[in-house]
Write a protein that binds this ligand. Sequence first.
Ligand code: FES
Length: 107
Amino acid sequence: MTRLTDEWKIVAQVGDIDEEDVMQFDCGNRTFAVYNTEQGYFATDGLCTHEDQHLADGLVIDDVIECPLHQGRFHIPTGKAMSAPVCVDLKTYPVQVSDGKIYIRVD
Ligand code: FES
């Protein structure tokens, strides 16, 4: 397990994010999307790279997030843009679960 430095922020308790769901997490003036998938927890930038729509309002389908505005899709673990109109990848962030809490490392 990685040591939890100040860069690690508590997002939620385990169980707060349903399976195949996504939660918005705001920190300072930034927003993130934190996902609970069959492969585990992941975090990406919270705004779609197409027109800044909140991805936490989107649909998680296996390991893909579909943006609610124009249905562009990203691969959650890598942030890769998968289908038009999105063509710019999302940044991803490390996630760790410790003592029943979900942390992400923001930089
Ligand atoms: S804002 Fe996300 S696909 Fe257009």
